[in-house]
Design a protein around this ligand. Structure first.
Ligand SMILES: *Cc1c(COP(=O)(O)O)cnc(C)c1O
Length: 570
């Protein structure tokens, strides 16, 4: 009996994602997109949804980050063994790449919810002896290699993924593309609906997009141009040969390049951005499409610290599968909420001091900033005016950083080096630590152990952001630029604080850094530091609000219910 057979009981939603972050020892994720995919699958399991996920095995992981004493990053492959976690299914499929048959097998990981739901996740793998040496490496790296490597990976994911689902016996009622990487799956579906030449008027009508659109849901995740894969038609023809006619593809994916986002849009009856603002921004980027918005969330149980879990279990039983129960956060006594936070904070400080020797204090107001190191996230905004920061923050604040830069992102790498140099500049005044090799376990320690979660993206480039949502599950307030989810979650001085003007007030301009930094310093000095040291009662009130208003809403249980009612059942 195949390992998957008992799970093929009813038609499923197939969720395709280039990266999935389910646990930190399965290193096939790079950042927010992958973590969101993992949290999506976990909530689908808790809610017992008919769901199956498809991704690539990425056997060398994303990378392990090593930083030298100047903050210079080097990347190392991550060694891990799928058989520690997954079972290899016997079924194989082939895809055609540059005229060669490329054989694909699949590892199966089962996400099991304590509620009884089980979701299979298929990790596609081309490392088979019957493949050429080159093709064997196609599922090695996440976001590695050149354009040609990427388009081939996307053939394996999109086309190989559909074929694998068929081969394993799945019946699929919706295909959900998490970003454009999997959009080639629509071409495979077009093939399945292909009409006989005798039954149609002209060649164009052989390819009927309508039944494909009925089956597909597409989620776009970023307004950053580089986040939208585009391939030349030359490369397309080299890789695909005569698999699908170029003249038809141009109508779906754009005239000049194969734009994977356009392909997704044109092949889906439901398209969405990942926060209300991001829906609007995407609508402006792609006029002529109806772009909906379903705001992201995080998986509550995964992103809550042990000490908070214990507290929630005591006072709000059932919270993990029904985060709406956070509405009653006020039943938790202030002292106990503060004690649970302090426990997480002490653990974090001990950890940071062990790995970095930063000698951080338990009682100092502590900020956290961790996310991919890339230009628009502006990790260095806090240091815009060192003298002013020194004056406001000396001996009053300390800051913990983490984040990887993509191996080819030189600006991102320089940002890490800059933070290392500011750390030296502020020595003896403001303690700063940079934790190497940011991943899920470190993320949980950080979002639960700091007092304030800081976020300073350049508007409107943060589509949603999710690490701030994780913080709120631990009673950690956000101090953030009004972009992405925070526009929806922010109530000034109640759930947290904004930095800079509201998104609607001004268009981003060259002066944005100065305007934002000025507001950041002002609030730090006049609001946040005084409240932390002088008014613990109201500080704890805000912690309650972060949980009762933000975590209550920004979770993947709510998000999945919306995907089901608005996108899947239509
Ligand atoms: C949550 C998470 C992210 C995403 O953080 P953003 O603030 O949304 O950019 C990235 N990396 C890891 C390891 C995470 O846990």
């Amino acid at each position: 009996m195949s390992i998957i057979e008992q799970h093929i009981t009813e038609p499923k939603i197939a969720y395709f994602s280039m990266e999935i972050g389910l646990r930190d020892d399965i290193p096939t994720y790079s950042g927010g997109l992958g973590i969101l995919a993992g949290d999506t699958v976990k909530s689908a399991a808790d809610l017992n949804l008919p769901f199956v996920a498809v991704t690539l095995i990425c056997i060398k992981g994303y990378f392990r980050q090593e930083l030298d004493s100047n903050g210079h990053q080097t990347e190392h492959p991550v060694l891990w063994n799928p058989s520690d976690f997954m079972k290899l299914s016997q079924e194989k499929v082939t895809v055609t790449i540059e005229g060669r048959d490329v054989h694909v097998q699949s590892w199966v990981y089962f996400v099991e919810s304590p509620r009884g739901g089980v979701i299979p996740v298929l990790y596609l793998d081309t490392n088979l002896p019957e493949n050429s040496d080159e093709d064997r490496t196609l599922t090695d790296h996440l976001y590695g290699g050149d354009e040609s490597y990427r388009i081939k990976q996307e053939v394996v994911l999109g086309i190989g993924g559909v074929r694998m689902l068929r081969k394993l016996g799945f019946e699929i009622k919706k295909y959900h593309m998490n970003e454009g990487h999997a959009a080639f799956l629509t071409l495979e579906l077009l093939h399945e609906f292909k009409k006989d030449i005798e039954s149609v008027w002209d060649e164009e009508h052989i390819w009927d997009i309508e039944p494909v659109k009925d089956l597909c849901v597409f989620t776009t995740h970023t307004p950053v141009e580089a986040g939208h894969d585009k391939f030349t038609y030359e490369l397309y023809e080299k890789v695909f040969r005569d698999y699908f006619p170029v003249n038809i593809l141009k109508k779906l994916a754009g005239d000049k390049k194969v734009n994977m986002t356009l392909l997704g849009f044109n092949s889906s009856n439901f398209v969405n951005g990942v926060a209300k603002k991001h829906g609007e921004v995407s609508q402006n980027m792609f006029p002529g499409y109806q772009i909906n918005a379903i705001t992201n969330g995080v998986h509550s149980y995964t992103w809550t610290s042990d000490s908070m879990k214990k507290l929630f279990d005591k006072y709000l039983p059932g919270w993990a599968n029904e985060p709406e129960i956070f509405v009653r956060i006020g039943v938790i006594p202030d002292e106990e909420l503060w004690a649970a936070h302090s426990e997480a904070k002490n653990e974090l400080i001990d950890y940071v001091n062990t790995v970095s020797g930063a000698d951080m204090d338990y009682d100092t107001l502590t900020f956290g900033f961790a996310r991919r190191a890339t230009a628009y996230k502006r990790a260095d905004l806090l240091f815009s005016d060192l003298k002013r920061l020194e004056k406001i923050g000396t001996k009053k604040i300390q800051i913990i950083y983490a984040g990887k830069a993509h191996p080819k992102d030189t600006v991102g790498k320089e940002l890490i080096e800059k933070i290392y140099s500011y750390k030296e500049d502020l020595k003896g005044k403001i303690k700063i630590a940079f934790i190497q090799n940011y991943k899920m376990d470190i993320a949980l320690k950080l979002v639960s152990g700091v007092d304030i979660w800081l976020n300073t993206p350049l508007r409107p480039l943060e589509a949603s952001g999710t690490s701030g949502m994780k913080a709120t599950h631990n009673g950690v307030m956000n101090f953030s630029v009004l972009d992405g989810w925070w526009i929806e979650g922010h109530i000034e001085g109640f759930t947290g604080w904004s930095i800079g003007p509201a998104a609607t007030e001004i268009e981003p301009d060259n002066n944005m850094n100065a305007i934002d930094a000025d507001d950041l310093y002002n609030k730090l000095e006049k609001k946040i530091i005084p409240l932390y040291y002088g008014d613990r009662k109201n500080w704890v009130r805000m912690m309650q609000n972060a949980i009762g208003k933000n975590a209550y809403y920004f979770n993947t249980h709510r998000m999945m219910r919306r995907y089901v009612t608005e996108a899947y059942i239509r």
